[in-house]
Design a protein around this ligand. Structure first.
Ligand code: ADP
Length: 482
């Protein structure tokens, strides 16, 4: 079976968050299970694309409303990602250094819809004209959400209608809503079908994908349930489409995230050398941030966004440091400019106890997973969350709010698990959780035992990839019956 994954991100070529990790790793595990999986992304003007050689596979032009645009489908030579990896080159749209946000202005690109629509049209043109058709087209998030609609409603792609589509919702907070006028840019369709593009009187790319894809998945079972009651306006739609929806927990790529082989960290370690490994890595981490490596070290990595509960952090960290005066806190992240300003000020207020790197730094993130004692995740919403799984793989105790994927992956130490959970999103509960983590840390023998237990947990993609395989198999069988 051949599956084509269509995505805006794929690690290591392009990653802005968990989507990149998932699309960069799931295909490896699907290929091991005998599903021939390839990935196609836009060809951004990013270092990875400049540093790798591509060969031309298909070249053509297509219409997007009144505009005719040219595109090239290119394949990375020698499969550096281990699976076939394609990039769509569209001059004038993706030959820019930002993925979603223009690094010069700090705002999303003005033509977000046109950029990703041209990408999706180019992918469908390629599929339409290629003799070898995929058996399933798997789309990810709203940037690829027009594909299921175009495959079922645009006259031009009528021949693709029988190819099953899957939409995976990695984050329902971002839906790709646009003015209804933008629908005129889509390849011609019967306007009686406009309802398939609309939700709550808005042209909504994610809602359209949920309506028109053959199947809908989200990245954890708990998130799937939560979406039915809280999904920024899509609740009723998720409830309505629950018959074709399921939650499949993300896994982690052990060829990238393994402290015994990770080339980004100062000292490699395994379960039986975790004590020494953590000590060495903590030393390097703390020294680079001007912190005392003898102190318990807490960390946060992630987007500085409301969803991640990042707005709780300044008060939480300040109170925690004031109360204890013997803890370190490190923040790696970027996002909300007001939060970035607050964190910068906190460096002066808590010198020697708090430090931050504001920006995106893949290598540093690995060193933090390896060097920190506890990873704090006070998320308001967490579709799956990978940080807590990486943390546990590196023997770092997660302190998490019990929501979405965090609820599915972190079991509280009081229930025989390996992390700390708290329920309500507020300062009191999160502070209490940090105190509980600190108490555990202060009992080195049990803390080390817990570390060993968490490192042995299996968060591999193996099981989840089997669920995707099952889903694809069901879909191709259904297709045969149509
Ligand atoms: P998201 O909702 O942002 O996708 P996930 O938990 O699913 O959250 O995935 C986050 C991924 O992005 C993890 O691999 C994490 O290590 C990484 N990450 C987030 N922020 C940064 C950053 N500032 N620097 C490096 N890596 C980051």
């Amino acid at each position: 079976m051949n599956v084509l994954q269509v995505s805006a991100e794929c690690y290591p070529a392009v990653k802005k968050g968990g989507l990149g990790d998932v699309v960069g790793s799931l295909p490896k595990y699907l290929n091991k299970l005998g599903i021939n999986t390839s990935v196609v992304v836009p060809k951004y003007d990013l270092p990875w694309f400049q540093d790798h050689e591509f060969e031309d596979i298909y070249e053509s032009s297509a219409n997007m409303g009144p505009e005719r645009f040219y595109f090239k489908i290119e394949r990375a030579k020698a499969d550096p990602l281990t699976f076939p990896f394609y990039a769509v080159d569209i001059q004038g749209r993706f030959d820019r250094p930002g993925v979603y946000i223009d690094p010069i202005t700090g705002f999303p690109y003005w033509d977000e819809f046109e950029r990703f629509l041209s990408f999706q049209i180019a992918v469908l043109e390629w599929v339409l004209h290629n003799d070898a058709k995929p058996d399933v087209i798997h789309c990810h998030d709203h940037h690829t959400g027009m594909i299921p609609f175009m495959m079922t409603k645009s006259f031009r792609y009528g021949d693709l209608e029988s190819i099953p589509t899957v939409i995976t919702v990695h984050n329902a907070e971002y839906q790709g809503t646009h003015s209804a006028r933008k629908a005129h840019l889509l390849p011609e369709f019967d306007w009686n079908d406009y309802g398939m593009l609309d939700w709550n009187s808005q042209f909504n790319c994610l809602a359209s994908a949920i309506k028109t894809a053959w199947r809908v998945t989200t990245v954890s079972p708990s998130y799937m349930e939560e979406l039915k009651f809280s999904s920024s306006g899509l609740e009723e739609l998720f409830r309505k489409e629950s018959g074709k929806s399921q939650g499949i927990l993300n896994g982690i790529d052990s060829s990238v995230w393994d402290p015994s082989t990770d080339s980004f960290i100062a000292k490699n370690y395994k379960v039986d050398s975790v004590e020494e490994g953590k000590r060495e890595n903590k030393k390097v981490l703390c020294e680079s941030f001007g912190l005392n490596p003898e102190l318990p070290t807490f960390a946060f990595i992630g987007r500085l966004a409301r969803e991640k509960g990042a707005d709780l952090l300044p008060d939480l960290i300040s109170d925690f440091i004031h109360e204890k005066e013997e803890v370190n806190f490190v923040v790696l992240g970027s996002g909300d400019s007001e939060l970035e300003r607050l964190f910068t000020n906190m460096k002066d207020r808590h010198t020697g106890f708090f430090n931050t790197h504001l920006g995106y730094n893949e290598k540093l993130s690995h060193q933090i997973y390896a060097g920190a004692d506890c990873m704090v995740m006070p998320s308001r919403v967490e579709p799956c969350g990978l940080n807590q799984m990486y943390a546990m793989k590196y023997g770092t105790m997660p302190v998490v709010r019990a929501v979405g994927g965090l609820k599915d992956t972190v079991i509280d130490v009081d229930k025989g698990g390996t992390g700390i959970q708290f329920k309500d999103f507020n300062l009191l509960d999160s502070m209490h959780a940090l105190r509980r983590a600190l108490e555990r840390y202060r009992d080195p023998k049990t803390f080390n035992e817990t570390r060993k237990r968490m490192m042995r947990l299996n968060f591999s993609w193996k099981n989840s990839a089997k669920e995707y395989r099952k889903l694809y198999q069901q879909l191709t069988k259904t297709k045969g019956q149509m």
